[in-house]
Design a protein around this ligand. Structure first.
Ligand SMILES: [Zn+2]
Length: 130
């Protein structure tokens, strides 16, 4: 294994940008100096993010809000617009993740705009990582 960025200054030998990430687990990560081999283990912060699986109906409705494809007389427009805003906000604040599943992909195949819907959900997944 090799040290990876981001690098910090080594606390032992003092060389700049030598103390990189060596290993990451669910609760800890190790840093090692690529110059002197000094090693240290650090605790990761506790995860308080929630996993929220959206069902296909919700994904479809939110997609229609985003793409402005809702019929003018479609019911609950205000609810889905607010749900979309709240989900985006929670994702940007790193409070939730909304993972996709194979079930979503299978159900999306039969939707008339399935490819765009699938891409929109993937985009939401990418948004949460930024
Ligand atoms: Zn060092």
């Amino acid at each position: 294994m090799f040290e990876r960025p981001p690098f910090k200054n080594c606390p032992q030998c003092g060389r700049e940008q030598g103390f990189g990430i060596l290993w990451v687990s669910s609760e800890f990560y190790d840093r090692r100096c690529k110059f002197c081999g000094a090693k240290a283990t650090y605790c990761l912060p506790e995860v308080d993010k929630k996993v929220l699986y959206l069902d296909q109906f919700a994904i479809s409705e939110i997609f229609k809000v985003k793409e402005r494809k809702r019929r003018a007389d479609a019911p609950h427009a205000e609810f889905w617009a607010e749900a979309n805003d709240l989900l985006d906000r929670a994702i940007r604040r790193q409070q939730i993740i909304c993972p996709a599943s194979n079930i979503h992909r299978d159900e999306t195949m039969v939707y008339r705009d399935g490819k765009a819907l699938d891409l929109a959900h993937e985009k939401r997944l990418i948004l949460r990582m930024k």
